[in-house]
Design a protein around this ligand. Structure first.
Ligand code: FES
Length: 100
């Protein structure tokens, strides 16, 4: 199970391969803001992939549409649409940074 380090919390969690990053983080008690409950409508689950981007699958069509509309760099993903891969990740959640 890949280790995922969350920069803002200085914490490591485990997210099973294939589990969406949003769900996996919530499973481990990470409470970060999101509005649309994973419906790809708000982008409040935005996450910067600091390390491990190559291990993630490409954006699905919904995430791709929203990312292009927001002019997001390729290292930003929607946690509600992105499943964990098999490699470790380092993630930065802008919504967590705003809370601290
Ligand atoms: S939770 Fe709204 S886009 Fe991900």
């Amino acid at each position: 199970m890949p280790i995922v380090r969350i920069v803002e919390l200085d914490r490591e969690i485990e997210i099973p391969e294939g589990r969406l990053l949003l769900q996996g983080a919530m499973d481990q008690g990470v409470a970060f803001g999101f509005v649309c409950a994973g419906e790809s409508a708000c982008a409040t689950c935005l996450v910067k992939v600091v390390e491990g981007l190559d291990s993630l699958p490409p954006r699905n069509s919904v995430e791709d549409f929203l990312s292009k509309a927001m002019l997001l760099e390729t290292d930003y993903r929607l946690a509600c649409q992105t499943p964990a891969g098999s490699a470790p990740l380092v993630l930065s959640f802008p919504s967590l940074a705003r809370k601290s």
